[in-house]
Design a protein. Structure first.
Length: 479
């Protein structure tokens, strides 16, 4: 017969079990609420998905001419992503877009897969620089007839810029020329008429081999070269953090803006433009990509002086001065092209996912006044844009920078914010916001921890079940 003390112990044990179960369910409920909160931005992002559509954001000042945008797209080891497509597109004055050429299933007579520079030519065609797993294809495309007038193919890997100069010659930025441990990155002029290279300028003959830590497969990453005068070429060795103007006659560097590793000046820039302003001063406008800004310099008294900048972009890769004094910026990882005023306000906005590279309106490059000529200058932040656009939203990197500013961990916060801002767009789906991806990152370890906790909590029951299975097996019972 069961004693009173045994019954009490049994009741206490039952009470403890019920309390433990109650606490466990309360903990599960709290964890579930936290997970729902973390994943709610993902639900919102999915419900408001912009996807890969082409179209307008803010249009306060309609453009007078067509804007052509080359969209690099995302690819990994030669394989494209249909949800992050490469294409060449056109936007009208109201930023209504249409696709001209697709990097997926195009009917071109050559394998163009990813697109970089797309420059309007005087005859109305576009000179398009494209690449494929085997090399580079440059072609003249007629948008009106939707056909290719001519094309040239090279075994150069990952070329970002080819320009048509001197009638029938091609000026080429030839990066990744690496063989047997030596980098032969160069800029060159190819004559289409006689199928030969008529001039070349190799970087290792003008820079110490130790630059950028020494030779490597992608040593200079020279991403742009423009003819800026008779026999004068502006080049952008991105990895060297500088822009140079080369004189073809002497092979000398006439001007050099920036220096290797001086990221306060330039940090892995793209697509610089050079002109002599109304006051006779050499001027450079450049997309200072890793510093997330566009910046203008003028050359006075033998040195380059920063005149104007606008920050707050996400990896801008092209900036052109327009005749009206505004600047057309390719805001690559915000997947848009924007026209901004000298104060940085967005007055025209065109979304073009995924990772646009180059935007052109009118003749290629900058065709407007310098900031000095307009009496403008200073440092500004980009503002405006569509209500759901990146210029109007605080992202996680923005919050992190603001939260750590003025604290002992400010530099760490800036470093983490920069890495998150530049790397995560390649990881997240096109419909997912910065905050949504952060929620997923935080939810994953929470789910894993929850699972481990449940295993620990149920360890006795699991052990008993395993012992029972083992006992059945040893006694010959069917398991």
């Amino acid at each position: 017969m069961e004693s009173v003390s045994e019954r009490l112990r049994a009741r206490l044990a039952g009470t403890r079990r019920r309390l433990a179960e109650s606490r466990a369910w309360r903990a599960r409920a709290v964890l579930l609420v936290v997970l729902l909160l973390l994943l709610s931005p993902t639900v919102v992002s999915a419900a408001t998905d912009r996807g890969t559509r082409l179209g307008p954001g803010t249009v306060e000042q309609p453009a007078e001419n067509t804007t052509y945008v080359s969209v690099q797209g995302f690819h990994f080891k030669g394989v494209g992503n249909e949800k992050k497509p490469a294409r060449v597109v056109a936007a009208d004055g109201d930023a209504t877009g249409r696709e001209l050429i697709s990097g997926v299933d195009n009917d071109l007579a050559f394998p163009a897969r990813w697109f970089y520079d797309a420059d309007p030519l005087p005859n109305g065609n576009l000179l398009v620089t494209s690449t494929n797993p085997g090399g580079t294809v440059v072609f003249s495309y007629d948008p009106a007839a939707d056909e290719v007038a001519w094309s040239e193919q090279f075994d150069f890997h990952d070329t970002h810029d080819v320009d048509l100069i001197n009638g029938d010659q091609l000026l080429i930025a030839n990066m990744r020329e690496y063989e047997d441990g030596v980098s032969n990155d160069r800029i060159l002029v190819y004559d289409r008429g006689n199928d030969s290279v008529v001039w070349e300028w190799t970087f290792n003959q003008h820079y110490p081999n130790s630059t950028e830590g020494g030779f490597k497969p992608d040593w200079t990453h020279v991403n742009d070269v423009d003819k800026v005068g008779d026999g004068r070429y502006l080049a952008s060795p991105r990895n060297f953090d500088q822009v140079i103007l080369v004189n073809r006659s002497t092979n000398d560097i006439e001007y050099r803006l920036g220096s290797d590793g001086n990221h306060s000046r330039l940090f892995e820039q793209h697509n610089p433009d050079f002109w002599v302003d109304e006051q006779g001063n050499p001027t450079i406008l450049v997309a200072d990509s890793e510093n997330d800004r566009v910046v203008e310099f003028t050359h006075e008294d033998g040195r380059w002086r920063e005149v104007w900048s606008v920050g707050g972009f996400n990896w801008p890769r092209d900036a052109d001065r327009l005749p009206n004094g505004n600047t057309l910026v390719t805001d690559s990882l915000n997947h848009r092209a924007v026209e901004i005023t000298p104060e940085g306000e967005v007055v025209w906005e065109f979304y073009a996912a995924w990772a646009p590279y180059d935007s052109e309106r009118g003749a290629p490059g900058s065709n407007g006044p310098s900031m000095a000529a307009m009496g403008e200058g200073g440092s500004h932040e980009v503002t405006g844009g569509a209500g759901e656009g990146p210029a109007s939203q605080e992202t996680f990197p923005d919050w992190l920078r603001g939260s750590t500013a003025g604290t002992p961990v400010e530099s760490l916060g800036e470093e983490v914010a920069d890495s998150y801002q530049h790397i995560t767009p390649f990881l997240r789906p096109v419909w997912m916001s910065s905050w949504a991806l952060l929620g997923v990152f935080l939810a994953i370890p929470l789910l894993l921890g929850w699972g481990v906790g449940e295993l620990v909590y149920a360890r006795r029951r699991i052990a008993a079940a395993l012992r029972e299975l083992a006992g059945r097996g040893s006694s010959g019972e069917r398991v």
